[in-house]
Each structure stands twice: as structure tokens, then as C-alpha cells.
Design a protein around this ligand. Structure first.
Ligand SMILES: *Cc1c(COP(=O)(O)O)cnc(C)c1O
Length: 361
């Protein structure tokens, strides 16, 4: 396969073995003479894929018996609404830590449905850091505390999760789920659109603490109630079967890499390499993010001028690297280096950055 070094923030690069397996299996999958896309979601062949994806996710994250993997649709954006619908009771309120665009969208949706508080924020200073524990003003009676574990646009990431003193902790992990081992059982809900770190768009992964469902609001439309997905093992209606098949392929690849501890090592090497190039060329590259809050998934940086940024993106593309432009809301440059981006791709980018600084500095 001829591959482009793909630094897009999402949908993002996928592991070649996961794609290759799909290529081989599309015309004739498991000797069915069909592809997985054409097969009933109630067939035994599909069931093996569905269960395989769930058990790989359970194993990789070390989930206990009270945590269940669900497949939903509507993206992480749908979770912004579904979560308060399900878990803020009449007269209740949830706490949010505001760390940028995605947190703000989650807050906006929660405010439509119920009431919520901002218990911490890094808005002052332009979301360039993660608020510290001591800065949080948590409501002990909140229904839950919501954080965004990795801020895809601003390039910040939690390196230690907050202590919520027993209040259920919920995280949007769309852009860093599975990047390293974590204590996933600490969370009452983790959700992630698949298209950054685990697969194609079209499926949203949720990991829910089953015993929390006892507190969920009733009288919700079936498709908007976590309880429906839990009770029916995400097969109440037709799930996005092909997307789940790809997630299974990606998780299998991840396991073959040695699981989360191994992938963390590579991810840290990749991030350290890029932040190192930025630090070594301080007159040319700057990273606006506080050192203790820097993301190992989305490395954001600025060049001396917007013209040079545009030139950097264009020359990068000509050299086989796409997606280096920062999010349209913030400008600058961004390299998204999720699990499936190999160290080699980041080495190519680091070499290009050194060269570009030398030629244009
Ligand atoms: C991309 C992203 C989203 C939006 O995901 P959709 O699946 O497009 O709704 C939400 N939160 C974070 C942290 C993201 O990176």
C-alpha cells in the first residue's frame, strides 16, 4: 500500500492491517460470499464481530463486570444531549469543566435540557491549559462532573483526572480513548466518536457503569436511553455494522501491538519528538500550550507568520503529509498523531519541520 502521512484530526489515519483486512474480506467475508455490510446484524457471523469488538475493548481497558461497552450513533455530539437527558433528574444539575470548544458544546446542550454549572474553566488565557484540582469548585450534589479528556482543537490533555469526591465522573474521550492505560472503572461514563482513535465515523463508543443506569431518567425515547442499548447489547435497532467491524479490526491491531502500555510508549516518543523540535527552534516554532497540559494526540504550534504557516502546510502536503492545518477556529498548525500514526511518520514530520525552519527562519 502507498500511504500518505495523515495528520488530520478526524476522521483520522487507520492502521494499514485493519484496512487491509477489510479490503480482503469485502468481496467474500468468512466464506459467506458477501461483505459484512450486506449481512444481517442478527447473523452468527456478525455476532462474532460485535462480541469481538466488545470483548477487545473490555480487555484493553480492563473493565470490571459493572462496566459495559455500548455502540451508539450520532457522534460524540449526540452524547452532549443524551447524557443530561438520562442523568440529570428534575431539579438536578451537573458540573462541567470548560476546557474549550467541545466542552462548550457539551455545556450548551446540557443547558437546553437541564441545569448545569461550570465548576472550572481555562477560558481565561484562551484554553491553553487544564485547570488544576485546587481550582475546581465542585458541587457535592451534582449529578455528575463532565470533563473533556483531550481537547482536540487547543491541544491540551488531562494527565491526571480530577478527584470528584464520589460524584460520578464522566468524560468525552473522543480524541484520546485508548491512548494509554487508565483506570476506566473510575468513570461512570466514557464516550468517544470512533473516528479519531478507534475506527471510522458512524459509531460512537460509550462505556457505562451499569449500576448507574438505576438512576437514569425514565420516559425517554428508546433510542435516547442508555438503558435500551444496555438491555439489548446495542442491538435494539440496526447498529452501524461496518463501522463496528472496522473498530474490531483496529482493536485487534492494537492488541497485537502489545496493548495500551506498548502504545503509550510509542505515543510518548511521538509527542516528545515534536515538542522537542519546537523547543529546539524557539525563534521559529511556538507551542501556546502550558507544558503540563500538552496533548500527546494533537500537537498545536505556531510559526512566525500566517504566510509561513500556509507555506508550511502546502510544502508539507507536497512532501506527502496532509492535515497539518490548525482547526479553522484557531488557525496555526496542528499535527494529530493518534495511535495509528507510526513513529516513522512523526520522524518524517520532525525532519520536515527542522528543514523548514532552517530554510525559512
Ligand atoms: C471530534 C470531537 C467531538 C465531536 O465528535 P462527533 O463525533 O463529530 O460528534 C467531540 N468531542 C471531542 C473531544 C472531539 O475531538
Amino acid at each position: 500500500m502507498t500511504r500518505t502521512w495523515n495528520f488530520y484530526a478526524g476522521p483520522a489515519t487507520l492502521p494499514p492491517p485493519a484496512l487491509e483486512r477489510a479490503r480482503v474480506e469485502i468481496p467474500n467475508w468468512e466464506n459467506t460470499g458477501m461483505s459484512v455490510m450486506e449481512t444481517s446484524h442478527r447473523s452468527p457471523e456478525y455476532d462474532a464481530v460485535h462480541e469481538g469488538a466488545i470483548s477487545l475493548m473490555t480487555e484493553l481497558l480492563g473493565l470490571d463486570d459493572d462496566h459495559q461497552v455500548l455502540f451508539l450513533q450520532g457522534g460524540a455530539s449526540m452524547q452532549f444531549a443524551m447524557l443530561p437527558m438520562n442523568f440529570i433528574p428534575d431539579g438536578g444539575s451537573a458540573d462541567f469543566v470548560n476546557t474549550g470548544t467541545w466542552s462548550q458544546k457539551a455545556i450548551k446542550e446540557a443547558n437546553i435540557i437541564a441545569s448545569c454549572r461550570v465548576a472550572g474553566s481555562s477560558e481565561e488565557g484562551g484554553f491553553t491549559r487544564i485547570p488544576k484540582q485546587a481550582e475546581l469548585d465542585l458541587d457535592p450534589s451534582a449529578s455528575y462532573v463532565h470533563i473533556t479528556s483531550n481537547n482536540t482543537i487547543k491541544g491540551t490533555q488531562y494527565h491526571e483526572f480530577p478527584d470528584t469526591a464520589g460524584v460520578p465522573l464522566v468524560a468525552d474521550m473522543s480524541s484520546d480513548i485508548l491512548w494509554r492505560p487508565i483506570d476506566a472503572n473510575r468513570f461512570n461514563l466514557i464516550y468517544a466518536g470512533a473516528q479519531k482513535n478507534i475506527g471510522p465515523s458512524g459509531v460512537t463508543i460509550a462505556i457505562i457503569k451499569k449500576s448507574w443506569l438505576e438512576k437514569a431518567n425514565e420516559n425517554l425515547p428508546s433510542m435516547l436511553a442508555y438503558a435500551t442499548y444496555s438491555a439489548k447489547n446495542s442491538l435494539y435497532n440496526t447498529p452501524p455494522t461496518f463501522a463496528i467491524y472496522m473498530v474490531r479490526n483496529v482493536l485487534e491491531w492494537l492488541k497485537e501491538q502489545g496493548g495500551l502500555a506498548a502504545v503509550e510508549k510509542t505515543n510518548r516518543a511521538k509527542g516528545d519528538l515534536l515538542y522537542g523540535v519546537i523547543a529546539d527552534n524557539p525563534d521559529f516554532y511556538t507551542c501556546p500550550v502550558a507544558e503540563d497540559s500538552r496533548s500527546y494526540m494533537n500537537v498545536v504550534f505556531r510559526l512566525p507568520s500566517e504566510d509561513l504557516e500556509a507555506k508550511f502546510v502546502a510544502e508539507g502536503k507536497a512532501a506527502g503529509m496532509v492535515g497539518l492545518k490548525g482547526h479553522r477556529s484557531v488557525g496555526g498548525c496542528r499535527a494529530s498523531i493518534y495511535n495509528a500514526m507510526p513513529l516513522e511518520g512523526v520522524q518524517v514530520l520532525a525532519g520536515f519541520m527542522e528543514e523548514f525552519a532552517k530554510n525559512n527562519g
